[in-house]
Design a protein around this ligand. Structure first.
Ligand code: 8YV
Length: 328
């Protein structure tokens, strides 16, 4: 029997490729070349399945060029690189990789928050540059984490992980805003109180963004929102570029409208707005919140599980648009 053909659009663990090869004729981008959309379409046009990452955009144009495609398995929990409506209409199943990255990503959210509030990278750059000649009482004084008010915008699994770390580990008062309120038991477990977005902005000493990107969440934090925050506040974005208006944020950081920001994601990444690069009160990391080897391996294996289940007649574990199965 001929094996279905799949494309692995980015370099991934060799053991995951070997696992996929047991089931599929695999073409993979192990050189990790950066493909244009036209190159992606050319590679994908004769394939039945795709293993994608957040950098691979699957939209109506790609789908029209790839009539054999039946499933795209994303090695990411976020899936704003997929046009889900177009995929459902084309009968292409989309799957993502939730849960396996929750705790690792929450750990990183906290690391970025602490680095930002305590001016870790700024002070390290100072030291490495040979500028440390004497101790002084207010040198790189930052803001406290323990006992402060932690605001969380977006209270899914990762937001809940950050809430637990803040409340249980650091004695923080945790407030959150989300499209829907958590049930009372989960709120109690996370020791988190639901507030309006306005109250969240006004009251948080540290605000962490963990909401999915969509047309509705585009620039959820812009100049108007930044203007409502405390001048001593820190802002952390581990969600998606585009949720924060990066130009407005750079202006707010420059004028000290807020104290500092920690950013793992950017509008137009991997390009980072030059205004952000020139500021010292911002910690910048290259989209690494889920980057530990065990977690990245679990994410890759979950994407592989979805492809294998689909083509062996089983139910894929983490589908996004099961309605697609009825279309083709
Ligand atoms: C990924 C992420 O590393 O899971 C997500 O949504 O943003 C990251 O964990 C990235 O998208 C690669 O696919």
């Amino acid at each position: 029997m001929t094996k279905p053909k799949i494309l692995v659009a980015r370099a991934v663990f060799p053991e995951v490729i070997a696992r996929l090869e047991q089931y599929f004729e695999v073409e993979s981008n192990q050189l990790d070349e950066t493909w244009s959309k036209a190159q992606l379409m050319a590679q994908l046009k004769d394939k039945q399945g795709a293993f994608t990452t957040g950098s691979d955009r699957i939209d109506g144009e790609v789908l029209a060029a790839c009539p054999s495609l039946k499933i795209c398995a994303n090695m990411a929990v976020g899936y704003n690189n997929f046009d889900i409506d177009a995929m459902t209409a084309a009968g292409v199943l989309a799957t993502n990789a939730p849960d396996v990255l929750t705790e690792t990503t929450a750990d990183f959210g906290f690391a970025l928050l602490m680095a930002t509030a305590r001016r870790l990278t700024e002070s390290e750059h100072f030291l490495r540059a040979g500028k440390w000649s004497k101790w002084s009482y207010d040198m790189f004084a930052g803001s406290d984490i323990h006992g402060a008010t932690l605001g969380i915008l977006g209270m899914g699994r990762i937001g809940q992980g950050i809430a637990r770390r803040g409340a249980l580990g650091f004695g923080m008062k945790v407030i959150y805003h989300n499209r829907s309120r958590l049930d009372a038991a989960l709120e109690a477990e996370c020791k988190a109180s639901y507030v309006s977005k306005e109250d969240l902005l006004k009251s948080a000493d540290h605000l962490v963004l963990v909401l999915p990107y969509s047309a509705q969440s585009h620039h959820a934090i812009g100049a108007a929102e930044l203007a409502q925050m405390k001048p001593t506040a820190t802002l952390v974005n581990i969600a998606r570029g585009g949720i924060v208006d990066d130009v407005a944020l750079a202006a707010a950081l420059r004028s000290k409208r807020i104290a500092a920001a920690g950013l793992d994601v950017f509008e137009g990444e991997p390009v980072v707005h030059p205004d952000l690069l020139s500021l010292s009160n911002v910690v910048l990391t290259p989209h690494i919140a889920s980057a530990t080897i065990p977690t990245r391996l679990a994410m890759a294996n979950l994407a592989a599980d979805n492809l294998i289940a689909f083509f062996t007649g089983k139910v894929p574990p983490t589908p996004i648009n099961p309605a697609a199965l009825a279309t083709k």
